[in-house]
Design a protein around this ligand. Structure first.
Ligand code: HEC
Length: 190
């Protein structure tokens, strides 16, 4: 019996070693194309599955979002204009040209209908997305500031260019950087 278990373990170890070698040869032979200039096939599929699962878990775990108000909208605007608009667009300006050559491309958040809940947005903005250009803002924002961003992003698709320009006229171009407050509590969860 003991010999059988040992043989099984040795077989499993051998299989694992073969898989590692095959994966390495596949990578070495160009199986994964790292160029941003060429289309991606499998990475976005894997990313979508992993993200969906995490977002659903965060949606179930997080408490309700704070209520939106004018003060929160201004703080959301100032952060968004300084650090998101170039990649994700603003109601009165398209994304920067270079943002369109990122792979994956950042979605234009003024066009996409609000498909993500405020809680999902909060989680995404806090943690960012690995292997894409989407930064983890939890390393430099408080939870409150990230909620302000999430509520602002949620309102973007229905915001008129004039409303955005009014925010800019009243509160000026966003300061750069907005504020550095390291280590949001949201980083300590999953
Ligand atoms: C340098 C470019 C860049 C910057 C700056 C950036 N993002 Fe992103 N963002 C991305 C990319 C790329 C993706 C797509 C990630 C993916 O494919 O999963 C993304 C995805 C997102 C998504 C998910 C959208 C969806 O429908 O799936 C949200 C929300 C988001 N970003 C919000 C923000 C906010 C808010 C800021 C500023 C605080 C910001 N991003 C700054 C590049 C950027």
């Amino acid at each position: 019996m003991r010999a059988l278990i040992l043989a099984g373990l040795a077989g499993a170890a051998m299989m694992a070693a073969i898989l590692v070698v095959v994966a390495w040869v596949w990578l070495w032979a160009g199986g994964f194309d790292p160029r941003a200039s060429s289309p991606s096939r499998w990475a976005p599929v894997a990313l979508d599955i992993a993200l969906k699962q995490r977002i659903e878990a965060a949606d179930a775990r997080l408490g309700p979002p704070p209520a939106s108000n004018d003060r929160r909208a201004v703080i959301g605007y100032r952060q968004y204009d300084a650090e998101c608009a170039a990649c994700h667009g603003a109601p009165d300006a398209p994304r920067a040209l270079w943002a369109k050559s990122l792979n994956p491309q950042p979605p234009d958040l003024t066009e996409t209908p609000a498909r993500l809940s405020p809680k999902a947005l909060f989680w995404l903005i806090c943690h960012g997305v690995k292997m894409t250009a989407m930064p983890a803002f939890g390393v430099q924002r408080t939870d409150d500031e990230i909620w302000d961003l999430a509520l602002f992003v949620r309102a973007l698709p229905t915001m008129k260019a004039q409303d955005y320009q009014r925010l800019r006229a009243t509160y000026g171009p966003a300061p750069k950087p907005f504020a550095l407050t390291p280590d949001a509590a949201c980083l300590r969860g999953d």
